[in-house]
Design a protein around this ligand. Structure first.
Ligand code: HEC
Ligand code: HEC
Ligand code: HEC
Length: 445
């Protein structure tokens, strides 16, 4: 080829490469404001994400899963709050509202939250998505029991009246059911957010100590002071109850019969946990096996509340093969399983259809004695002969979360390769352009 032509071509290519880089740089600079806004949006998204967890852990119990307010506690999804100045919202959360149940949250005021976290909560109130927040609260197993209060079992309450100083216990049980049950749980057994009060360790505290905690609260925790709300004799009755709780039969302060809230995520988790832990005894679709009764049957599901199922699963059934799950699973996980089991109700058969021929007494009680190691039994799906695809494919939705990160990884990987290719092309072009320039004097001369 004519060297003059090849020189011309090479310098055009070099010039082209230069133009390409300059215009790319120009575009990048022009795009900078957009990029800054995008980066700010990303920061806000991270802050809102953190705020939703903070809300679930600290605020949902009083203000509701979706910020809708509970009883006398005001809603936070209230449009009026959007017009409240930022400083006022910040101060309300940081310092609390004096003489109300709204605690102070900033560390300076004895609370548990940093300035940054309070700022995030204000952002949540101003820019957050309450539907998403409600899902977060449910997924963390922190959805408050609504209604906030419950009622003592009248028959048991009457029995308690016959105990020495029974009237004081009756008063305290009524107060507890109305004010404390939402955090400290039915029968004072505790919940995910507050400790058990029917526990012997609480009785190790002196009556004075317990009185002080109920009157003034524990700053920095959800335990507000009740001194402004309850009379001193009410508080003293509650102290008596806490000290004499072993005399109170279980079931006196029942859990309110409210369905456990579910989300797509919690159902997927429940399905996964059920398949991994329960199906080998209760059957992949809850139809029951010779080792354990059917759970997927109308009579059981209509007669048993979500709270009751949660309690059975948490505590197990002593003296049977039904294990205690409370020490192996979180409250959120057990609630997810209960939500999954509850899903069967609309299509549950009237009568449990066990595949093994029966012969007097429940079949699981017979096999119970013959085998103590359920893990060694042959797979339940083959013995029951039912289609297990439902139970095994459902967890797919649960993998969604990690699936997304895989997608992100692929995107990142593609971007890197693209960047590498662009860079190497640019370098080759610049090099050939420079090379042509270097050879210029020789060619023209
Ligand atoms: C123990 C119950 C309780 C908890 C926990 C709680 N609040 Fe409150 N909150 C209240 C009550 C009661 C009020 C109403 C106070 C009043 O009467 O002015 C309130 C008021 C508010 C207000 C003002 C609403 C308005 O309309 O003026 C905001 C904002 C607020 N709370 C945010 C929060 C945030 C954020 C959290 C979690 C960090 C939280 N609260 C936790 C009980 C609670
Ligand atoms: C908003 C939730 C909430 C409510 C409502 C609530 N508590 Fe508490 N309570 C807590 C939390 C959280 C703690 C643990 C505080 C800590 O970590 O120090 C606690 C601690 C206590 C303790 C000390 C327990 C111990 O082991 O040290 C007592 C006693 C107590 N609460 C009594 C009551 C009584 C009585 C009521 C009703 C009048 C009540 N609480 C209402 C959340 C609550
Ligand atoms: C080792 C076998 C085994 C495993 C594993 C098992 N269960 Fe059970 N389960 C039983 C037996 C046996 C009973 C019946 C107890 C009885 O006789 O009251 C039972 C009873 C129950 C009941 C009460 C049923 C009723 O009709 O009253 C529920 C609810 C329950 N199990 C849920 C679960 C859940 C949820 C899991 C998984 C987290 C699970 N079980 C795992 C053996 C098992």
């Amino acid at each position: 080829m004519n060297p003059k032509h090849s020189f011309l071509i090479e310098s055009f290519v070099g010039l082209g490469a230069l133009l390409l880089i300059v215009s790319a740089l120009g575009l990048y600079i022009l795009n900078e404001p957009v990029r800054i806004v995008q980066a700010q949006d990303e920061v806000l998204a991270v802050q809102l994400d953190e705020a939703m967890t903070l809300y679930a852990e600290n605020c949902a119990v009083c203000h509701g899963s979706n910020g809708e307010g509970i009883g006398a506690t005001p809603p936070l999804n209230n449009p009026a709050l959007l017009t409240m100045p930022y400083e006022d919202l910040y101060k309300t959360i940081a310092r609390g509202r004096y003489q109300t149940a709204m605690p102070a949250w900033s560390i300076e005021d004895g609370g548990a939250l940093s300035d940054y976290q309070i700022d995030e909560l204000v952002l949540l109130i101003l820019h957050g998505d309450w539907g998403e927040t409600g899902d977060r609260v449910v997924n963390l197993g922190l959805a408050p029991l609504i209604p906030f209060t419950t009622e003592a079992d009248p028959a048991l309450l009457e029995e308690i009246g016959k105990l020495p100083d029974g009237a004081t216990l009756q008063t305290a049980i009524t107060l507890f059911a109305a004010n404390c049950v939402s955090c400290h749980g039915a029968d004072g057994v505790g919940t995910g957010i507050a400790p058990a009060l029917n526990d012997p360790t609480v009785r190790e505290k002196t009556p004075d100590e317990i009185t002080r905690i109920i009157t003034y609260g524990n700053t920095g925790t959800l335990m507000a002071g009740w001194g402004n709300i309850l009379a001193p004799e009410d508080i003293s009755a509650l102290v008596t109850l806490i000290q004499r709780w072993e005399e109170v039969p279980s079931g006196t302060i029942p859990a309110p019969d409210v369905p456990i809230a579910v989300t797509e995520e919690s159902l997927a988790l429940g399905s996964q946990l059920y398949a991994a832990n329960c199906s080998r005894c209760h059957g992949p679709e809850g139809q029951g096996t010779p080792r354990a009764p059917s759970l997927n049957v109308k009579s059981f599901l209509t007669e048993t509340s979500d709270q009751a199922i949660q309690q059975i699963v948490t505590l197990g059934v002593p003296g049977t093969a039904m294990p205690t799950w409370g020490d192996r699973m979180t409250e959120a996980e057990i609630q997810a399983i209960v939500g999954f089991i509850r899903q069967w109700e609309p299509t549950a058969p009237e009568v449990a259809v066990l595949t093994r021929p029966g012969g007097g007494g429940p079949p699981w009680s017979r096999t119970d004695t013959s085998t103590t190691a359920p893990g060694l039994m042959p797979s339940t799906s083959s013995s029951t002969g039912t289609n297990t695809t439902d139970a095994t494919t459902n967890p797919l939705t649960g993998i969604n979360g990690s699936g997304q990160t895989v997608l992100q990884a692929i995107l990142d990987w593609r971007l890197l390769v693209l960047l590498g290719v662009i860079l190497s092309i640019a370098f080759t072009l610049i090099y050939s352009g420079l090379d042509a320039l270097r050879r210029m004097p020789r060619n023209t001369g």
